[in-house]
Design a protein around this ligand. Structure first.
Ligand code: OAK
Length: 833
């Protein structure tokens, strides 16, 4: 280490540790240097991909400088740190973000030009880092951006999947899945740490052993071991020397070989076990808000937790602090229940390995962890079968039983001996076989539990965790409304609006102090400003229209109202209701006289999103959208008053083009089902209006921007249970407008109706669990209000400006600051000042 070097050597190091220069000449030199040395290419065979790679490597050099500075300072000072544990980080592309953060984009543009390329061309060569499904994974990425920007000493921990979320291809209107080969080319944004490796055990048995103090301890022995190797992904902060990190684990076979099998002539088996080890981190499970209780997934969760905790403890031990100080040095945030095995794992390490007493260990555990819940959907709540857990993690299963026993004893003694209550609150569900309720384990093992929007936090306090609220008291259960990073979701993705805002406000401070957008309000009535604002929107709509033309060969009119719903396809998000209303609009247009038709507001309805590969009904929704699009887009009689587009393979990079182009975006989940939503925030930040239900963060967006600037409809969350109950006993009421649409589909207007039978049945025979028939009428009415409002462009533009101006609260900087203050007890740690 550096401390061991003599003064001469140290000064030699210092002499050569010069900062990278950012003048265009130096940048060009670096790009050429990387082309030759990193890529082994030259001017004779450089192409766009290679040029992107060389450019990325030169930017990475500049980032790593900050990375090293930050980590060295942290190493020296050893402040309290937070670790954000998440099975998903949906980062997207890195180059543009890094250029903006480092404030070198202008010079890079020029340098790349001087070398014969255009920077815009290079940016799209990068593959998305798509290590997530949807909202939860993207939130983790936004939070890493904010912790880096605000200089919080926070690291992300996750898994380095060989294949991220699948690529979606639409064939004959149906979704097909293809693997995401994102690592097939060099990935300049990760740093393999070949020296950072830990062993992770599965299976085996529990034995009793004497420890050094002569006490009897349990010990987990035998079984199979795999190795976790670290890859670091630097996370630049905006306009700061500080640089964050996400450490991703990749499974490798242990450097041991099964010589017994080998000698017995079973070479194949000994090699196949190595392959099994590698397979552990092969693929991201493609389910959003839905648990599929596969053994491999449980192994992924433990692998992730075990490696991360070993790494955290290794770092903690360097400072030689006593164990009781662990929670003063370490805060761990669990992103949903996926990392919950960290609770019994830390307890196991402290008791079995480090020899602490159970109660002392448990005190440390519960002062370390905090837990964020991201869903109330019952099918998403993790429950693992006890026999499976016993097989894979025998010692953890014992510990979970003990945690539960001591917990229930306490509840019985201090709170209530009510058997029914104890059964309800138990971490173990007495089904056959028994199940471990991971959300309950997470609550019991954490000091703070939070929901992700005000309504959602209320709902989990009232329902999912109600018994726990009564037992622990309400203070343990807080709300922290989600946020999004304004750097990616405005500064980077909407340069035209960024420049207009910066010019109007006189500086770009808004990018780190989003409340400053309030300053736009005073221009909301200014005609010239409105025109400039509308012009930016039109440019962004043209950009999207061009993308659609180039990639899908569909022509859309950029002056039409762009109506967008992009998100994972799920019944609770009700894309089905959207396409039903589109069909209703189509039927209405077809009935109109030529004069009436001419008076309509032309619409382009845009959908995008992936369905989980095993989610049959969601896949049928995609098919219906595409079948309806086929008919509608080719019907000349409606004179281009309606177009329907399903954009394939919706991902972060596409979102960066789609979000700035909306007039209206839809967030229409059944009330009480969408925990928060975050794309709603992105659209409104970019001056798009919302058509939404009274659900998730829509409610708080409405409070912030004013109810005159949002289109809301539908029943309230507290009415949903009663409506479902009534429907069950008295049947559905399907009004005439919905019946028209059902008849059209069943009459074969959009292709073979038998294809859509199971989908229609979710309404008619399936009990309409998501209340489409209940909300349909008010949904159609609100669509009419949208059309009428859009006709008056001055009114619309004002609303659009007021939308952006009111979004300061939804910056992920505010959210992260709240986590740091209320949960992590963490202070910013500034380097290089
Ligand atoms: C995914 C898997 C399991 C549990 C939850 C999720 C998930 O993505 N939930 C989503 O989290 C977002 C971030 O908090 C919320 O905005 C979404 O409403 C929620 O569905």
């Amino acid at each position: 280490t550096r401390e061991e070097l003599d003064e001469k050597a140290k000064s030699n190091w210092k002499k050569h540790m010069l900062p990278e220069k950012n003048d265009t000449d130096s940048i060009e030199q670096d790009i050429v240097h990387h082309t030759i040395t990193t890529l082994c290419r030259g001017v004779y065979n450089i192409d766009k991909l290679a040029m992107y790679q060389a450019t990325a490597h030169s930017v990475r050099d500049r980032l790593l400088e900050d990375w090293n500075c930050t980590q060295e300072a942290l190493h020296k000072e050893n402040p309290k740190r937070c670790y954000y544990m998440s099975m998903e980080f949906l980062i997207g592309r890195a180059l543009d973000n890094a250029l903006n953060c480092l404030k070198v984009k202008k010079n890079y543009k020029e340098s790349v030009n001087n070398l014969g390329f255009s920077l815009e061309d290079l940016l799209v060569e990068e593959k998305d880092a798509a290590l997530g499904n949807g909202g939860l994974g993207r939130l983790a990425a936004c939070y890493m951006d904010s912790t880096a920007t605000l200089d919080y000493p926070t690291w992300g921990y996750g898994l380095r999947y060989q294949y991220g979320i699948f690529k979606q291809i639409i064939k004959d209107g149906y979704q097909n899945e293809m693997p995401d080969y994102w690592l097939n080319f060099d990935n300049p944004w990760e740093f393999p740490r070949t020296d950072i490796r830990y062993e992770v055990r599965f299976h085996g048995y529990v034995a009793t052993k004497m420890n050094e103090k002569g006490e009897s301890r349990m010990s987990w022995e035998g079984g199979d071991k795999v190795q976790a190797m670290a890859y670091d992904v630097p996370i630049p902060g905006f306009d700061t020397k500080g640089c964050g990190n996400i450490r991703l684990w990749s499974s490798k076979p242990l450097n041991t070989f099964d010589f017994d099998s080998f000698n017995a002539g079973d070479y194949e088996r000994s090699v196949s076990e190595q392959t099994n080890a590698q397979n552990l981190t092969s693929v991201l499970y493609p389910n959003d808000n839905h648990l599929v209780g596969k053994e491999l997934r449980l192994k992924q969760e433990y692998f992730f937790v075990s490696a991360s905790l070993q790494d955290i403890i290794h770092r903690f031990k360097r400072a030689k602090c006593p164990w009781k100080d662990f929670p003063d040095k370490v805060a761990v945030q669990m992103n949903d229940t996926h990392p919950t095995l960290a609770v019994p794992e830390l307890q196991r390490i402290l008791v079995d390995v480090e020899g602490l007493e159970w109660d002392d260990a448990w005190d440390i555990v519960t002062r370390t962890f905090a837990f964020t819940n991201h869903t109330v959907l019952p099918e998403a709540l993790e429950c693992w079968s006890v026999p499976m857990m016993e097989k894979i993690l025998p010692r953890h299963m014992q510990i979970i039983y003990d945690i539960n026993l001591f917990f229930l004893q306490k509840v019985e003694r201090d709170f209530s001996p009510d058997r029914e209550l104890l059964k309800r609150i138990s971490i173990i569900e007495e089904t056959s076989p028994q199940q471990v309720r991971m959300a309950y384990l997470a609550v019991v093992g954490s000091h703070t539990v939070n929901g992700v929007a005000a309504l959602h936090s209320d709902l989990i306090r009232k329902n999912l965790f109600n018994d726990f609220v009564k037992y622990y008291g309400p203070e343990k259960f807080i709300n922290i409304t989600n946020g999004i990073t304004p750097r990616r979701w405005l500064y980077q993705s909407n340069p035209a609006l960024r420049d207009l805002i910066t010019k109007t406000l006189g500086s770009e401070d808004w990018a780190t102090h989003l409340d400053l957008l309030q300053g736009l309000k005073k221009y909301a009535d200014d005609a010239a400003f409105q025109d400039a604002w509308a012009d930016v929107k039109l440019q962004n709509k043209k950009r999207l229209a061009d993308w659609i033309k180039t990639n899908m060969n569909i022509t859309v009119n950029p002056h039409a109202l762009f109506d967008i719903q992009v998100k994972r396809i799920h019944e609770y998000k009700r894309q089905f209701m959207n396409i039903l209303s589109v069909i209703y609009r189509y039927k209405s247009l077809k009935k109109m006289s030529a004069e009436d038709l001419e008076q309509q507001v032309p619409r382009v309805v845009i959908f995008g999103g992936k369905a989980a590969p095993g989610y049959y009904i969601a896949k049928l929704v995609i098919k219906l959208i595409n079948s309806a699009a086929d008919v509608i887009n080719n019907d000349v009689s409606i004179k281009d008053m309606l177009k329907v587009v399903f954009i394939p393979d919706y991902n972060v990079s596409l979102a960066e083009i789609i979000v700035p182009a909306s007039d209206i975006s839809q967030h229409i989940s059944t009330a009480g089902t969408e925990a928060s939503g975050t794309s709603n925030m992105k659209f409104v930040l970019n001056g798009g209006l919302i058509l939404g239900t009274v659900d998730g963060a829509n409610i708080e967006i409405c409070e912030q921007i004013g109810k005159e600037n949002i289109f809301m409809f539908g029943v309230l969350a507290d009415a949903v249970d009663d409506i479902r109950h009534n429907q069950k006993y008295h049947g559905l009421f399907i009004d005439a407008s919905l019946q028209v649409v059902i008849d059209a589909i069943q009459g074969g207007e959009f292709g073979d109706p038998s294809v859509f039978g199971p989908l229609i049945n979710t309404l008619t025979y399936g009990g309409d669990y998501y209340l489409i028939s209940t909300d349909f009428k008010s949904y159609l009415q609100e669509h009419t209000v949208v059309d009428d409002t859009f006709r008056d462009r001055a009114v619309w533009n004002k609303k659009s400006i007021m939308c952006t101006a009111g979004m300061g609260f939804f910056s992920s900087d505010r959210a992260v600051r709240t986590y740091a203050e209320k949960i992590w007890k963490l202070k910013p740690f500034k380097v290089g000042v």
